[in-house]
Design a protein around this ligand. Structure first.
Ligand code: PHB
Length: 395
């Protein structure tokens, strides 16, 4: 695998200006006049489409500001992190040391996030996490310059257990990728499910990003649980849904997951996803003017349907806009910048959420069911769900 650095040729200013017909002002500005934003996201591999959706969402929030941050134009730098943890530190340093970004937006994979997190803590650069749920980033290693706009890995699965027990599914098998996100998603699932009275009869895993599920599906069939619960995402999630159905398991065993299982993959999975139940902080079908307006505008701009990753990217942009506007674009005024972001209430397509003292969203969790290729909300699985923030001494 090769590391690829992609310098973005367009800018939010251009996109914003193009829509208003004003293309002149951004020409020949001194570089230092511009806010330097670095995207460190997966643009290849099983999480590639997640990276694109996050970037699109982020750009949308900036475009709503005419492409500016606190009145300043924006210059973008991009690194494809390939969801490869081994290159996490090196890739983050490219953006921070070489490109001298003011803000680092990234990433999807929890292992790669640990590389970004080290660089962010060492350098003090503003780090906005648009997906990766790795616990420690907003627990024991929480930091004033690190904000997460997505979830902690155990947040979505914490709400799953009760929904399963409500449906009489008392014996479950858990399956995931063996890395931080899977392990921590299990932590939430185990707590919620066992507290509700459920029994986990087996915990299964494959290495990330392996998608050879056959042997484990055979094992699940022989274990004959009431339900299977899982964490998978992106290309791997589509493959798991299809393999689970192709093995005939969906006939007798109810499949559950954190909502990533059915995000951005419903077209690829087709009927294999029908009836799958998930918990998540967003749903396409949220019947609010805010969500409808977001979905319409996103579809118009990017010719694609938004998913939870697009929403998280958008909210990352909204948070940064709030901070940048409060300091009129002077991101070096960290005290005022952080104060504005700490107190932020984000008016998100997912519903309004607030930033916890440890810098992780406090948000509602929805219970969703896949019906006719859509994630339909069928209930609220948790109100104002917060991460434990264990070990974080901020605030
Ligand atoms: C993670 O690695 O933290 C991760 C990746 C993909 C998801 C959710 C979490 O959809």
């Amino acid at each position: 695998m090769t590391t690829r650095r992609l310098v973005l040729t367009r800018s939010a200013a251009v996109i914003g200006a193009a829509s208003t017909g004003l293309l002149l002002p951004q020409i020949a500005r001194a570089q230092s006049d511009k806010v330097r934003v670095g995207f460190m996201l997966p643009y290849t591999g099983t999480f590639a489409q997640l990276g694109v959706a996050i970037e699109n969402g982020f750009m949308m929030a900036l475009n709503e500001q005419g492409g500016k941050l606190g009145g300043r134009e924006v210059e973008f730098f991009k690194v494809d992190d390939e969801s490869n943890p081994a290159k996490g530190i090196e890739n983050a340093n490219r953006l921070v040391q070489r490109d001298k970004v003011d803000v680092l937006v990234g990433t999807v994979h929890s292992g790669v996030q640990m590389g970004i997190h080290k660089v962010a803590r060492d350098s003090g650069v503003l780090s906005l996490i648009p997906n990766a749920g790795v616990h420690v980033a907003t627990r024991a290693q929480c930091a004033p310059n690190v904000y997460r706009t997505s979830f902690s890995n155990s947040q979505p699965t914490l709400a799953l257990g009760k929904a399963m027990m409500d449906r009489g599914h008392k014996k479950a098998v858990w399956i995931t990728w063996n890395y931080a996100a899977g392990e921590e998603a299990f932590e939430g699932f185990e707590k919620g499910y066992t507290e509700a009275g459920g029994t986990i009869i087996k915990k299964l895993g494959v290495p990330f990003p392996n998608v050879e599920f056959q042997a484990l599906l055979t094992e699940i069939a022989s274990l004959n649980p009431d339900a299977v619960a899982c964490f998978f995402a992106g290309g791997g999630a589509a493959k798991f849904l299809k393999d689970f159905a192709a093995a005939g398991l969906n006939k007798n065993i109810q499949l559950y997951g954190s909502g990533f299982l059915t995000e951005g993959v419903l077209e690829a999975a087709g009927p294999a996803a029908d009836g799958v139940l998930t918990t998540m902080h967003y749903s396409d079908s949220l019947d609010t003017p805010r969500n409808k307006q977001f979905r319409l505008s996103y579809a118009k701009t990017f010719k694609a349907q938004p998913d939870v990753y697009a929403v998280q990217g958008y909210d990352t942009g909204l948070l940064l806009v709030k901070g940048a506007n409060a300091v009129k674009g002077d991101l070096s005024n960290k005290q005022a910048l952080y104060a504005a972001m700490d107190g932020a209430v984000i008016d998100s397509p997912r519903g309004k959420w607030t930033m916890s003292k440890a810098h992780n969203p406090i948000q509602d969790m929805y219970l969703r069911k896949v019906v006719n290729g859509e994630n339909k909300v069928i209930g609220i699985a948790g109100k104002a769900v917060a991460d434990s923030a264990a070990g974080c001494r901020m605030g």
